[in-house]
Design a protein around this ligand. Structure first.
Ligand code: NCD
Ligand code: ZN
Ligand code: ZN
Length: 355
């Protein structure tokens, strides 16, 4: 058995569904899935109901997270035109700001210039602004990064045109970074036809050319792998209006290990994409005495082994090159051989000072 040691992985894009979507996921189940996937620190998205766009909701959610999280966790504040004057009051409780420029799950959306300007003028400069931006919206984000000379992070980049635009912005020295989700690297529009609602998410799965373009930039333009872990129940997916989104916390590392096994990227690059760059980009604290032991024995992803509350993944039945064997967080074994050992509340919510 070959064992590889990795630092604790950091996933900067997850939906843990508190408040309002606890039947899909909550802090205890979502962070159980995280640890099972080798993720010891994650960032939670603000498109909850109600959304994390007012200090009251933000503070209450922060407290619930602290009571229930099994790993370390930070929250995004959400930009909303109605609540935009609240941004400075939200900032102390959040790691970063999220702006949704395109249609996706949940009520948060920004499509007017005054709200965008307010975000760039009133959100603290030392905290990141991340965007759900598809196609030409990526150009809007790059323009704002240039106009305000401040960093912008692009979530779940999925198209050839988008990754090439970001590569061009980077050659000009603009402060932009991006993440790619494993499903956009391992699935395409043909899989979407096969999977139906179980392969539906925003951005949609791309063409084979889009997928190849993402792989072509994996060692250069892509800064992070982030899952966009977006749980919805099978019942919801079977309904007349299935919501977009799929889970990813437990399959991200096994899939990226498979890419490494197949020569797509090195172990050093995997660590950059899943630990070093996410920490640097979002200015996240170090986790001392924290690492992940991986067993490089081929295995098969199976729904029955998942810790996420929804219990399904479009990768059910997929063969992968390795899996998490043991996770150690601050010197404690929190996951070992398929068994979860961390208690709810044993993780830390950042920033700590805001409680
Ligand atoms: C996400 C969700 O369900 O919250 N859905 C998705 O398809 N990605 C929202 C998002 O990340 O855009
Ligand atoms: Zn999104
Ligand atoms: Zn998302």
């Amino acid at each position: 058995m070959t064992t590889i040691q990795l630092p604790g992985l950091i996933d900067v894009h997850t939906h843990l569904r508190v408040p309002g979507g606890e039947h899909k996921e909550d802090f205890a189940t979502g962070t159980a899935a995280a640890l099972a996937g080798g993720v010891t620190m994650l960032l939670g998205m603000p498109n909850t109901s109600p959304p994390l766009s007012t200090p009251d909701v933000m503070q209450a959610t922060h407290q619930q997270a602290q009571a229930n999280t099994r790993c370390d966790l930070g929250l995004f504040a959400g930009a909303s035109p109605e609540d935009i004057d609240q941004l400075p009051a939200l900032a102390p409780h959040a790691v970063a700001l999220k702006i949704y420029l395109n249609d996706t799950f949940g009520p948060l959306r920004v499509d007017d210039v005054p709200t965008l300007m307010a975000c760039f003028e009133t959100w603290p400069r030392e905290k990141m602004i991340a965007m759900h931006a598809e196609k030409q919206s990526v150009a809007v984000g790059i323009g704002l990064a240039a106009a305000y000379n401040r960093p912008v992070h692009f979530c779940h980049i999925s198209r050839k045109q988008e990754i090439e635009l970001i590569a061009q912005a980077k050659t000009k020295g603009l402060p932009v970074t991006c993440e790619v989700a494993p499903h956009h690297l391992f699935l395409n529009e043909e899989d979407a036809k096969r999977l139906g609602p179980l392969g539906d998410m925003r951005p949609l799965l791309g063409t084979p050319e889009d997928v190849e373009a993402l792989w072509a930039h994996i060692n250069t333009t892509v800064d992070c792998i982030a899952t966009d872990h977006a749980p919805h129940t099978l019942e919801e997916k079977a309904s007349d209006s299935p919501p977009p989104g799929i889970v990813g916390l437990e399959t991200s590392l096994p899939l990226m290990l498979t890419a490494m096994y197949n020569g797509r990227l090195s172990l050093d690059r995997l660590i950059q994409l899943m630990h070093t760059n996410p920490r640097r980009i979002f200015n996240l604290p170090e986790q001392p005495d924290t690492h992940v032991e991986v067993d490089m024995t081929p295995t098969t992803i199976q729904n029955k082994n998942l810790f996420t509350k929804v219990g399904w993944t479009p990768f059910d039945g997929t063969k992968v090159a390795g899996q998490v064997k043991r996770v150690i967080l601050r010197g404690q074994t929190v996951f070992q051989d398929g068994k979860l050992l961390a208690q709810p509340g044993s993780g830390t919510v950042i920033p700590k000072s805001s409680i």
